[in-house]
Design a protein around this ligand. Structure first.
Ligand code: NZQ
Ligand code: ZN
Length: 384
């Protein structure tokens, strides 16, 4: 196992009726800006519940943060937060709203160009504290310090991480996920699954605790994920998926082990260029990344085959191959297509994505840094 630092200050308020408790974790005299997305938080009553829990504080609202949050929208919210002297941000929504709110927190009092801070990984100055009420289990943003923002003017989607961006608290009420449409349920399960594999399907370093945690999360997603589609109001299944998705990317399973992230980094550019949902890009790319990197990942792939998919027959190479097939089948069973052609994306996308990866300085990728432009091209070609 590698040496590591593990730090995670986010308080989790898990279970039914927990929105009522948010007031206990925000200063009494704070002026709060509630941020939300395209309307689901309003439509299903979550916004009203949150406002009630914040009373009698001074509360402002900023709605309209879109999926794959955009720089121009977020800069508007950051200006509002500064002008109105907001002292606390409360995000109500999925990963896009939470990520967008992290950007607002860092940009509101930033004296320079906030997009440059983001792309050049500069430290923010005064960061506003934030909390969140999660409505879509998927990204893990509720308990990590990462955020991803899109800049359509540059056709780019860029991630950023800073310890000041951990939410102070996150409300995880599984009931809030009952209203998700099937596409977003599937997206969430696949995203969480791929977060685990990015930290698990690398090479062995005797990270026994991390491996067993990762396998537990993967098995939970495989067992409970389909239930959340067929029984949308099954609280236990929703609770299992919600907690699994949070634990998949709160730093725990990735501490002390190698990490890949090639699927995500390439996927972000597919979203930036073709507006695919984040999880759609992952469903397409993960099987190809595993295929191209199979020799390097073979030991962990065979372990994954045995412990997650119950594959006992064959040699290591055959087990690894069978596990890649099972993974693709799982994504398809959840309702996500796993080929770029199935999303109507022509093959000229390969060069466009590669150009973006080069321009943004993202290459080389992978746990060994061996996915160069040639390997990335093979991964993309294999995704049709
Ligand atoms: O906008 P509204 O009306 O709220 O609708 C949303 C949105 O259309 C809807 N939704 C959310 N909760 C709902 C609901 N509809 C009904 N009932 C509910 N309870 O779902 C749609 C998608 O929401 P979004 O927040 O975009 O989805 P997700 O949580 O999958 O977030 C995706 C974003 O997170 C980034 C992705 O790149 C993408 O931009 N990621 C963030 C990460 C992080 N911070 O660590 C890691 C991830 O790998 C990922 O990159
Ligand atoms: Zn993801």
């Amino acid at each position: 196992m590698f040496n590591f630092d593990y730090y995670n200050p986010t308080r989790i308020l898990f279970g039914g009726e927990r929105i009522a408790d948010v007031g206990k974790h925000i200063p009494e005299d704070a002026r709060v800006l509630i941020t939300y997305g395209g309307g689901s938080a309003k439509k299903y009553g979550t916004l009203e519940e949150v406002k009630k829990a914040l009373a009698p504080r001074d509360v402002l609202e900023f709605g309209g943060i879109e999926a794959n949050p955009r720089l121009d929208t977020l800069l508007g919210a950051a200006r509002l937060a500064k002008e109105k002297q907001v002292d606390f941000l409360l995000a109500v929504g999925g990963g896009s709203v939470i990520d967008g709110t992290k950007f607002i927190a860092a940009a509101a009092h930033y004296s320079g160009d906030a997009w440059k801070m983001w792309t050049d990984k500069l430290s923010p100055e005064r960061v506003l504290p934030l909390g969140c009420v999660l409505t879509l289990p998927a990204t893990g943003s509720e308990m990590n310090a990462t955020a991803v923002v899109s800049n359509p003017a540059r056709a780019a989607k860029v991630g950023y991480k800073h310890p000041s961006l951990f939410p102070r608290f996150a409300v995880l009420d599984p009931h809030k996920s009952f209203t998700l449409p099937p596409r977003q349920i599937a997206n969430g399960v696949v995203d969480a699954f791929v977060h685990v594999t990015e930290q698990y399907l690398t090479y062995p370093v005797y990270g026994k605790v991390q491996d067993r945690f990762a396998e537990g999360l993967l098995l939970t997603l495989v067992e409970e994920g389909p239930l959340t589609l067929t029984e949308p109001e099954n609280y236990d299944a929703r609770a299992s998926v919600m907690w699994a998705a949070t634990l998949a990317l709160n730093g725990l399973i990735g501490a002390g082990v190698p990490q890949d992230w090639a699927t995500h980094r390439i996927g972000h550019q597919l979203t930036a260029l073709y507006n695919l949902d984040h999880a759609q890009t992952l469903a397409v790319l993960l099987p190809s990344v595993l295929q191209v990197q199979k020799a390097d990942k073979q030991l962990k792939l065979a372990q994954f085959a045995e412990r997650v998919w119950g594959i006992r027959d064959g040699n290591e190479e055959q087990k690894a191959q069978a596990a890649i097939g099972k993974t693709r089948d799982f994504f398809e069973d959840m309702g996500l297509k796993t080929r770029l052609s199935a999303y109507g994306i022509a093959e000229d996308a390969i060069d466009k994505v590669l150009d973006n990866l080069e321009r943004l300085g993202v290459l080389p990728l992978g746990e060994r840094g061996d996915i160069d432009k040639t390997a990335a091209r093979r991964i993309l070609s294999m995704s049709y």
